[in-house]
Design a protein around this ligand. Sequence first.
Ligand SMILES: Nc1ncnc2c1ncn2[C@@H]1O[C@H](COP(=O)(O)OP(=O)(O)OP(=O)(O)O)[C@@H](O)[C@H]1O
Ligand SMILES: [Mg+2]
Length: 290
Amino acid sequence: MSRERLLLSDVGGMHDVKSRLETSFLAPMKNPEMRQAFGKSMRGGLLLWGPPGCGKTFIAKAVAGELDANFYHVGLSDVLDMWIGSSEKNITQIFDMARRNAPCVLFLDEVDAIGQKRTQLRGGGGMRGVVNQLLQEMDGASNDNEGVFILAATNHPWDIDSALLRPGRLDRTLLVLPPDLPAREAILDLHLRGRPIEKLDLAKIAKHTNGLTGADLALVCEQATEYAMTASIETGTVRPITMKDLGRAVKDVRPSHGPWIESAKNFAMFNNDDGRYDDLLAWIKQNKIK
Ligand SMILES: Nc1ncnc2c1ncn2[C@@H]1O[C@H](COP(=O)(O)OP(=O)(O)OP(=O)(O)O)[C@@H](O)[C@H]1O
Ligand SMILES: [Mg+2]
């Protein structure tokens, strides 16, 4: 558990993601009396999906900050157990703990793990119980989930058990794509904070890093830091990080989301009858990705 002071304003750029988060999730959560007046239940949760390293976890933490809630990060692959019944029990324990510590954001990371593990573990339908348990715990009618906000994340939405995606469950989805220009600048700034730097034109670096993920940009900063530190060790005096260090580092780091985009594109093109991948396909078209 951690109590982060992260807010949506710390999430750089990504204007669309933030405004959709605000209208479809945060505003109703912050206004229970309006929900009641309009008879909207708060069952279910929100699924964040997209390529690795692009801010899903970061955004989930910012949501917790906005709601002034505790943040629990649960990697679902760790919860799944090979022993019959243990996975279900683990899930119950996690939700009980979340209810005891409300208000909190329960962040279910890697929700696709259930779908993936189904074929690996106990053969065939063994994961049905896990899915049912998860649905039962999420269901506000049978549990007092007041103040438990459920966010989930995945890189592979096509592997998620479809029962989890039906209305009233993880029925709101939000695509989190590689950072746009202002997001890239914010990410660079974040990762250089507290380090010795000369006057840097981060907007310029951001312009030259289209296609890099948040995680790639973190790597750029690490690499640039290493160059400056090595030089400092040689001379024995601190030599701040320069534009040149960053420029060199940008050349070293290759975009990491290529393979993801490729497989996502395939799934999206052939499984979009209900329009669930519209956002991704529009982005692919807009960025002229072949
Ligand atoms: N818009 C943003 N503003 C500031 N920092 C960001 C932003 N997006 C991503 N980051 C930074 O990028 C890094 C990667 O983000 P994060 O871990 O949230 O990705 P993820 O989508 O959860 O990846 P994975 O699918 O691998 O779990 C983090 O260090 C985070 O601080
Ligand atoms: Mg993550």
